[in-house]
Design a protein around this ligand. Structure first.
Ligand SMILES: Nc1ncnc2c1ncn2[C@@H]1O[C@H](COP(=O)(O)OP(=O)(O)OP(=O)(O)O)[C@@H](O)[C@H]1O
Ligand SMILES: [Mg+2]
Length: 74
C-alpha cells in the first residue's frame, strides 16, 4: 500500500521539476490556414516528462499529437 502511494505521488507532481526533460506549460498554438482562418491545434496544454520517463501521447485524429511533438522537437 505504501509503494502504491509513492508511485501515484511521482506520477502527479504539483509543479514541473526543474530537471524535467520536457515541460510544456499552458501552451496554445494556432495555424493560419491558406484561406486566412485561424486554426487552433493545441489549447491550454500542459505536460511534463521527467528524465528517463516513458510517455505516450494518445488521442483521436486531429487532436494535436503531431503538432505537440513538432513543438517539442522544433
Ligand atoms: N500546417 C497546418 N496548417 C493548418 N492546420 C494544421 C496544420 N498542421 C496541423 N493542422 C491542424 O491542427 C490540428 C492538429 O493536427 P495534428 O496533425 O497535430 O493532429 P494529430 O493528433 O497528430 O492527428 P493524427 O492522429 O491524424 O496524426 C488538425 O486539425 C490539423 O488539421
Ligand atoms: Mg499525427
Amino acid at each position: 500500500m505504501q509503494l502504491q502511494s509513492m508511485a501515484a505521488e511521482k506520477l502527479s507532481p504539483a509543479a514541473p521539476p526543474s530537471d524535467a526533460a520536457i515541460a510544456i506549460d499552458d501552451v496554445t498554438l494556432r495555424f493560419l490556414t491558406p484561406d486566412g482562418h485561424m486554426m487552433t491545434a493545441i489549447r491550454d496544454f500542459t505536460m511534463t516528462v521527467a528524465r528517463g520517463e516513458f510517455a505516450c501521447v494518445v488521442g483521436p485524429t486531429g487532436c494535436g499529437k503531431s503538432t505537440t511533438l513538432n513543438l517539442v522537437t522544433g
